[in-house]
Design a protein around this ligand. Structure first.
Ligand code: ATP
Ligand code: MG
Length: 391
């Protein structure tokens, strides 16, 4: 009796020595939580693999989509698992696997085999040869191509026997929750969701922080950021969005500070508020979607000034990326279409036609001395934030 399972391969966890079990346990926990809504499963760890065994009905398409979103997995494959370590049975199941899972357009193949159970009478090269010729007998329209096959059929003989095709490559990375916590400054743009995804991929648990300025920014603009947070949250279980009302602070800066310094001062205050929230949620760092030179507030001078607003490390994973490279990732992770919806961001309110591109810190701090009530306003912004549970 064969059953259908998923073989999951993981990558860098291999390198983690004595801590490996922590990474493994976190990965299994994350897989469980992320595939929960697609069916019921038994999940077991087996020699460098995780085996997902569906119990009853499951939604195959959604399961595969969710697996492709789990950081720490480098690939997976649907496999047939059975116990009969008998060449005739293996050949029969291999042919069934091809009929039921391989596109009829694919006619060239090769067989790869791995025999961990040395009591099986054929060694790996023999299995490849014998099984290849058996498949050719059964399916004369097929041919073997060892250099460039349209699919590879794998047979592994371990405690059980597994028959499967090439592993579907996924995004890799490390399991979320194995590398601390960070707060992402999430706007409605293209860059910041990508930045959060990239840091999350390294095993960092990420939450988001979004500044809006109602009524100058609309409910639709907020909804767009919530939708983006949901997209990022598909990869990051437990993602939360902290929405900060920034209206009073923006109006205050506009009233008290020179217009050409407005954006940079606003960005410094965003950083300050974010650092406060990060401390509250016990995050160790901030993330932004900045990239050198993209806009006036992201020149080297501006970044240096913004950075000095906080003590916490600020990670900018896109710092050396061109817009096109960022767009490619945004499309891959499916945030792009939401990001390009045309709603306003609070950053674009009250902007100067010619903002300073080479601000100097002393000058900016001097201008900020006019903001005598700002500490109270920052407290209020932090304390009145709305926390939205996303995933
Ligand atoms: P994005 O980077 O999101 O595509 P953008 O290109 O318009 O937006 P800026 O407005 O210069 O870039 O913002 C740079 C970074 O500052 C963003 O990547 C994001 O991390 C943060 N940021 C900007 N606006 C907001 C906001 N309203 N709320 C939270 N973070 C913001
Ligand atoms: Mg940007």
């Amino acid at each position: 009796m064969k059953s259908t399972v998923y073989l999951v391969k993981y990558g860098e966890i291999f390198t983690k020595g004595d801590n490996r079990y922590i990474f493994m346990d976190t990965l299994v926990k994350n897989i469980k939580s992320m595939i929960r809504e697609t069916g019921k499963y038994e999940i077991v760890k087996e020699q460098g693999r995780i085996i997902i065994n569906p119990v009853g009905e499951y939604d195959e398409e959604r399961l595969e989509k969710k697996l492709s979103q789990v950081f720490g997995i480098i690939g997976f494959s649907k496999a047939y698992m059975f116990d009969e370590k008998d060449f005739e049975v293996i050949s029969k199941v291999a042919c069934e696997y091809i009929d039921e899972n391989i596109s009829p357009l694919k006619k060239t193949f090769k067989v790869e085999a791995k025999r961990s159970d040395k009591s099986f009478p054929l060694n790996s090269p023999q299995i490849c040869r014998e099984l290849g010729s058996k498949i050719l007998d059964e399916k004369p329209e097929f041919s073997v191509d060892v250099n460039n096959p349209s699919f590879t059929l794998w047979v592994e003989i371990r405690d059980h026997v597994y028959v499967f095709q090439d592993i579907v490559r996924t995004c890799g990375g490390m399991p979320i929750g194995t590398n601390g916590k960070s707060l992402l400054l999430l706007s409605g743009g293209i860059d910041s969701p990508v930045a959060g995804w990239m840091i999350g991929k390294r095993g960092v648990y990420v939450e988001g922080c979004y500044f809006d300025s109602p009524p100058y920014t609309s409910e639709m603009a907020k909804q767009k950021v919530v939708d983006l947070a949901k997209k990022v949250g598909e990869y990051i279980p437990g993602f939360k969005l902290h929405r900060v009302n920034f209206t009073d602070i923006q109006l205050y800066i506009k009233e008290k500070c020179p217009l050409d310094e407005l954006t940079i001062i606003m960005r410094m205050l965003m950083m300050r508020i974010s650092e406060r929230i990060a401390n509250e949620i016990e995050a160790q760092s901030l993330i932004t979607g900045e990239s050198i030179g993209q806009v006036a507030s992201q020149t080297m001078h501006s970044l240096a000034v913004t950075n000095s607003a906080v003590k916490m490390p600020v990670f900018r994973p896109l710092i050396g990326f061109d817009k096109e490279e960022i767009v490619d990732i945004a499309k891959k992770i499916d945030t792009y279409e939401t990001s390009i919806l045309p709603y306003e961001d609070c950053c674009t309110l009250f902007v100067a036609k010619h903002p300073k591109t080479k601000p100097n810190l002393e000058g900016i701090l001097k201008s900020m001395e006019a903001l005598t009530d700002i500490d109270r306003m920052v407290d209020e912004a932090v304390n009145t934030r709305e926390i939205i549970e996303i995933s």
